[in-house]
Ligand binder design. Structure first.
Ligand SMILES: Nc1ncnc2c1ncn2[C@@H]1O[C@H](COP(=O)(O)OP(=O)(O)OP(=O)(O)O)[C@@H](O)[C@H]1O
Ligand SMILES: [Mg+2]
Length: 250
Protein backbone atom coordinates (compact mmCIF):
# COMPACT_ATOMS: atom_id res chain seq x y z
CA UNK A 1 0.00 0.00 0.00
CA UNK A 2 2.93 2.34 -0.52
CA UNK A 3 3.73 5.04 -3.00
CA UNK A 4 7.32 4.72 -4.06
CA UNK A 5 9.45 6.99 -6.20
CA UNK A 6 12.68 5.39 -7.40
CA UNK A 7 15.66 7.35 -8.71
CA UNK A 8 13.37 9.84 -10.39
CA UNK A 9 14.86 12.62 -12.53
CA UNK A 10 13.22 15.30 -14.64
CA UNK A 11 15.18 17.70 -16.81
CA UNK A 12 13.95 20.75 -18.70
CA UNK A 13 16.62 21.27 -21.34
CA UNK A 14 19.81 21.68 -19.34
CA UNK A 15 18.03 22.19 -16.02
CA UNK A 16 17.75 19.15 -13.75
CA UNK A 17 14.60 20.15 -11.84
CA UNK A 18 14.33 16.75 -10.11
CA UNK A 19 17.54 14.83 -9.64
CA UNK A 20 17.68 11.15 -8.66
CA UNK A 21 14.92 11.38 -6.05
CA UNK A 22 13.87 8.25 -4.15
CA UNK A 23 11.03 8.50 -1.63
CA UNK A 24 8.87 5.83 0.00
CA UNK A 25 5.58 7.11 1.39
CA UNK A 26 4.22 4.84 4.09
CA UNK A 27 0.45 4.26 4.10
CA UNK A 28 -1.60 6.18 6.63
CA UNK A 29 0.98 8.90 7.10
CA UNK A 30 1.36 12.58 6.32
CA UNK A 31 4.64 12.78 4.42
CA UNK A 32 5.78 16.34 3.75
CA UNK A 33 8.23 17.72 1.26
CA UNK A 34 10.02 20.88 2.27
CA UNK A 35 12.38 22.95 0.21
CA UNK A 36 13.02 26.48 -1.01
CA UNK A 37 11.39 27.96 -4.14
CA UNK A 38 12.57 26.14 -7.23
CA UNK A 39 13.68 23.04 -5.29
CA UNK A 40 11.66 20.81 -7.64
CA UNK A 41 8.67 19.96 -5.42
CA UNK A 42 5.91 20.78 -7.92
CA UNK A 43 7.87 19.12 -10.73
CA UNK A 44 8.11 15.99 -8.58
CA UNK A 45 4.31 16.07 -8.12
CA UNK A 46 3.82 16.62 -11.86
CA UNK A 47 5.85 13.53 -12.68
CA UNK A 48 4.36 11.36 -9.91
CA UNK A 49 0.79 12.22 -10.95
CA UNK A 50 1.48 11.60 -14.65
CA UNK A 51 1.20 15.22 -15.80
CA UNK A 52 4.82 15.08 -17.05
CA UNK A 53 6.90 12.07 -18.16
CA UNK A 54 10.10 11.50 -16.15
CA UNK A 55 13.51 11.78 -17.79
CA UNK A 56 14.48 8.64 -15.87
CA UNK A 57 13.40 6.62 -12.86
CA UNK A 58 10.06 5.12 -11.90
CA UNK A 59 6.92 5.51 -9.79
CA UNK A 60 5.30 2.53 -8.05
CA UNK A 61 1.82 2.57 -6.60
CA UNK A 62 1.01 -0.32 -4.28
CA UNK A 63 3.72 -2.41 -5.88
CA UNK A 64 2.72 -1.67 -9.48
CA UNK A 65 4.98 0.31 -11.81
CA UNK A 66 2.79 3.22 -12.94
CA UNK A 67 5.51 5.34 -14.55
CA UNK A 68 4.16 7.39 -17.44
CA UNK A 69 0.48 6.57 -16.79
CA UNK A 70 -1.95 9.39 -17.47
CA UNK A 71 -3.34 11.46 -14.55
CA UNK A 72 -6.89 10.14 -15.02
CA UNK A 73 -5.65 6.53 -14.97
CA UNK A 74 -3.78 7.26 -11.75
CA UNK A 75 -6.88 8.79 -10.19
CA UNK A 76 -8.64 5.48 -10.82
CA UNK A 77 -5.75 3.70 -9.13
CA UNK A 78 -6.19 5.87 -6.04
CA UNK A 79 -3.77 8.77 -6.59
CA UNK A 80 -5.24 12.28 -6.60
CA UNK A 81 -3.81 15.76 -6.19
CA UNK A 82 -4.68 19.33 -5.35
CA UNK A 83 -2.98 22.27 -7.05
CA UNK A 84 -0.79 25.18 -5.94
CA UNK A 85 -3.57 27.49 -7.18
CA UNK A 86 -7.20 26.52 -6.66
CA UNK A 87 -8.85 24.99 -9.68
CA UNK A 88 -12.49 25.58 -8.75
CA UNK A 89 -15.21 27.10 -10.97
CA UNK A 90 -16.23 30.33 -9.19
CA UNK A 91 -19.60 30.86 -10.87
CA UNK A 92 -21.29 27.58 -9.91
CA UNK A 93 -22.19 26.24 -6.47
CA UNK A 94 -19.92 24.33 -4.13
CA UNK A 95 -21.88 21.11 -4.73
CA UNK A 96 -21.79 21.63 -8.52
CA UNK A 97 -18.00 22.00 -8.37
CA UNK A 98 -17.69 18.59 -6.74
CA UNK A 99 -20.28 17.07 -9.07
CA UNK A 100 -18.41 18.37 -12.14
CA UNK A 101 -15.18 16.80 -10.90
CA UNK A 102 -16.98 13.54 -10.21
CA UNK A 103 -18.60 13.48 -13.65
CA UNK A 104 -15.31 14.04 -15.41
CA UNK A 105 -13.71 11.28 -13.34
CA UNK A 106 -16.61 9.00 -14.11
CA UNK A 107 -15.96 9.84 -17.78
CA UNK A 108 -19.43 11.30 -18.13
CA UNK A 109 -19.90 14.08 -20.59
CA UNK A 110 -21.50 16.97 -18.70
CA UNK A 111 -24.14 17.40 -21.40
CA UNK A 112 -25.06 13.72 -21.22
CA UNK A 113 -28.07 12.56 -19.24
CA UNK A 114 -26.98 10.95 -16.01
CA UNK A 115 -28.87 7.78 -15.17
CA UNK A 116 -30.30 7.14 -11.72
CA UNK A 117 -27.38 5.16 -10.29
CA UNK A 118 -24.74 7.63 -11.42
CA UNK A 119 -26.82 10.54 -10.16
CA UNK A 120 -27.17 8.89 -6.76
CA UNK A 121 -23.44 8.17 -6.57
CA UNK A 122 -22.66 11.79 -7.45
CA UNK A 123 -25.05 13.07 -4.80
CA UNK A 124 -23.78 10.82 -2.04
CA UNK A 125 -20.11 11.39 -2.93
CA UNK A 126 -20.68 15.15 -2.99
CA UNK A 127 -22.20 15.10 0.49
CA UNK A 128 -19.47 12.83 1.81
CA UNK A 129 -16.52 14.91 0.59
CA UNK A 130 -18.07 18.24 1.57
CA UNK A 131 -18.67 16.81 5.05
CA UNK A 132 -15.05 15.68 5.25
CA UNK A 133 -13.79 19.26 4.77
CA UNK A 134 -16.50 21.01 6.81
CA UNK A 135 -18.37 22.52 3.85
CA UNK A 136 -21.65 20.57 4.01
CA UNK A 137 -23.63 23.62 5.14
CA UNK A 138 -22.34 25.67 2.18
CA UNK A 139 -23.17 23.16 -0.54
CA UNK A 140 -25.48 25.61 -2.31
CA UNK A 141 -23.27 28.69 -1.99
CA UNK A 142 -21.69 30.01 -5.18
CA UNK A 143 -18.06 28.91 -5.00
CA UNK A 144 -16.70 32.36 -5.85
CA UNK A 145 -18.39 33.78 -2.76
CA UNK A 146 -16.61 31.44 -0.36
CA UNK A 147 -13.83 32.80 1.84
CA UNK A 148 -10.29 32.11 0.67
CA UNK A 149 -9.92 29.33 3.24
CA UNK A 150 -13.19 27.71 2.22
CA UNK A 151 -12.19 27.81 -1.46
CA UNK A 152 -9.10 25.79 -0.55
CA UNK A 153 -11.28 23.43 1.49
CA UNK A 154 -13.40 22.96 -1.66
CA UNK A 155 -10.27 22.22 -3.65
CA UNK A 156 -9.46 19.47 -1.13
CA UNK A 157 -13.04 18.15 -1.36
CA UNK A 158 -12.62 17.87 -5.14
CA UNK A 159 -9.37 15.96 -4.55
CA UNK A 160 -11.27 13.58 -2.27
CA UNK A 161 -13.98 12.77 -4.80
CA UNK A 162 -13.93 9.07 -5.71
CA UNK A 163 -11.99 8.10 -2.59
CA UNK A 164 -8.29 8.24 -3.43
CA UNK A 165 -5.86 6.35 -1.19
CA UNK A 166 -3.16 8.95 -1.75
CA UNK A 167 -3.68 12.68 -1.93
CA UNK A 168 -0.82 14.91 -3.09
CA UNK A 169 -1.33 18.49 -1.93
CA UNK A 170 0.71 21.35 -3.36
CA UNK A 171 0.78 24.32 -0.95
CA UNK A 172 -2.79 23.99 0.35
CA UNK A 173 -2.14 26.79 2.87
CA UNK A 174 -0.62 29.34 0.49
CA UNK A 175 -1.85 32.90 0.87
CA UNK A 176 -4.18 32.15 3.79
CA UNK A 177 -4.79 33.92 7.05
CA UNK A 178 -3.49 32.24 10.23
CA UNK A 179 -7.01 31.11 11.14
CA UNK A 180 -7.69 29.58 7.72
CA UNK A 181 -4.33 27.82 7.79
CA UNK A 182 -5.12 26.21 11.14
CA UNK A 183 -8.54 25.17 9.82
CA UNK A 184 -7.11 23.53 6.70
CA UNK A 185 -4.34 21.94 8.78
CA UNK A 186 -6.94 20.20 10.92
CA UNK A 187 -8.80 19.07 7.78
CA UNK A 188 -5.53 17.54 6.52
CA UNK A 189 -4.94 15.83 9.87
CA UNK A 190 -8.47 14.40 9.79
CA UNK A 191 -7.87 13.00 6.29
CA UNK A 192 -5.20 10.82 7.84
CA UNK A 193 -6.82 10.13 11.21
CA UNK A 194 -10.49 9.75 10.23
CA UNK A 195 -10.48 8.97 6.52
CA UNK A 196 -7.39 6.67 6.35
CA UNK A 197 -5.83 8.71 3.58
CA UNK A 198 -2.12 8.93 2.92
CA UNK A 199 -1.16 12.55 2.33
CA UNK A 200 1.91 13.88 0.54
CA UNK A 201 2.16 17.54 1.45
CA UNK A 202 4.23 20.30 -0.12
CA UNK A 203 3.99 23.34 2.11
CA UNK A 204 6.15 26.32 3.07
CA UNK A 205 4.54 26.83 6.51
CA UNK A 206 7.28 25.07 8.47
CA UNK A 207 5.49 25.35 11.79
CA UNK A 208 2.41 23.50 10.52
CA UNK A 209 4.51 20.98 8.57
CA UNK A 210 6.38 20.14 11.80
CA UNK A 211 3.13 19.59 13.69
CA UNK A 212 1.31 17.57 11.01
CA UNK A 213 3.96 15.35 9.48
CA UNK A 214 5.02 11.81 10.28
CA UNK A 215 7.95 12.08 7.88
CA UNK A 216 9.64 15.04 6.19
CA UNK A 217 11.77 14.93 3.05
CA UNK A 218 13.85 18.04 2.38
CA UNK A 219 14.75 18.91 -1.20
CA UNK A 220 17.23 21.42 -2.55
CA UNK A 221 18.21 22.00 -6.18
CA UNK A 222 16.14 19.00 -7.29
CA UNK A 223 17.75 16.52 -4.89
CA UNK A 224 16.81 15.05 -1.51
CA UNK A 225 19.19 16.36 1.17
CA UNK A 226 17.47 14.90 4.25
CA UNK A 227 14.57 12.69 5.31
CA UNK A 228 13.45 11.96 8.85
CA UNK A 229 10.77 12.57 11.47
CA UNK A 230 10.04 16.23 12.25
CA UNK A 231 12.13 16.48 15.42
CA UNK A 232 15.20 15.05 13.73
CA UNK A 233 14.73 17.32 10.70
CA UNK A 234 14.47 20.29 13.05
CA UNK A 235 17.82 19.32 14.60
CA UNK A 236 19.56 18.24 11.41
CA UNK A 237 22.75 20.22 10.83
CA UNK A 238 22.50 19.54 7.08
CA UNK A 239 19.03 21.01 6.91
CA UNK A 240 19.92 23.95 9.12
CA UNK A 241 23.01 24.75 7.10
CA UNK A 242 21.35 24.27 3.75
CA UNK A 243 18.13 26.12 4.18
CA UNK A 244 16.05 26.21 7.28
CA UNK A 245 18.25 27.60 10.04
CA UNK A 246 16.26 30.80 10.68
CA UNK A 247 12.77 29.38 10.34
CA UNK A 248 13.24 26.15 12.31
CA UNK A 249 15.60 27.38 14.98
CA UNK A 250 13.14 30.13 15.87
N1 LIG B 1 7.68 23.35 -17.44
C1 LIG B 1 8.88 23.82 -17.09
N2 LIG B 1 9.79 24.19 -18.03
C2 LIG B 1 11.01 24.63 -17.69
N3 LIG B 1 11.45 24.75 -16.42
C3 LIG B 1 10.58 24.42 -15.44
C4 LIG B 1 9.28 23.93 -15.72
N4 LIG B 1 8.65 23.66 -14.54
C5 LIG B 1 9.55 23.96 -13.57
N5 LIG B 1 10.70 24.42 -14.11
C6 LIG B 1 11.91 24.80 -13.36
O1 LIG B 1 12.25 23.69 -12.54
C7 LIG B 1 12.72 24.14 -11.26
C8 LIG B 1 11.88 23.53 -10.18
O2 LIG B 1 10.60 24.15 -10.22
P1 LIG B 1 9.39 23.69 -9.29
O3 LIG B 1 8.20 24.47 -9.72
O4 LIG B 1 9.30 22.21 -9.34
O5 LIG B 1 9.89 24.14 -7.86
P2 LIG B 1 9.09 24.17 -6.46
O6 LIG B 1 9.96 23.46 -5.47
O7 LIG B 1 7.72 23.68 -6.64
O8 LIG B 1 9.10 25.73 -6.12
P3 LIG B 1 8.00 26.64 -5.35
O9 LIG B 1 8.23 26.41 -3.88
O10 LIG B 1 8.34 28.03 -5.76
O11 LIG B 1 6.63 26.21 -5.80
C9 LIG B 1 12.70 25.65 -11.31
O12 LIG B 1 13.97 26.11 -11.65
C10 LIG B 1 11.68 25.95 -12.40
O13 LIG B 1 11.94 27.20 -13.01
MG1 LIG C 1 5.84 24.52 -6.40
Amino acid sequence: MTLEVRNLSKSFGGLRAVSDVSITVRPGTIHSILGPNGAGKTTLFNVVTGALPPTSGSVHLMGVDVTGRRPDELVYKGLARTFQRTSIFPSVTVAQNVALALRSRMKLNTSMRVDGDARQLIESETLRVLGAVGLASQAHTTAGQLSHGSQHALDIAIGLALSPKFLLMDEPLAGMSRGDRERIASVIRSLRDEHQLTVVLVEHDVDIVMRLSDTITVMQNGAVIAEDEPLAIQKSPIVKRAYLSGEIAA
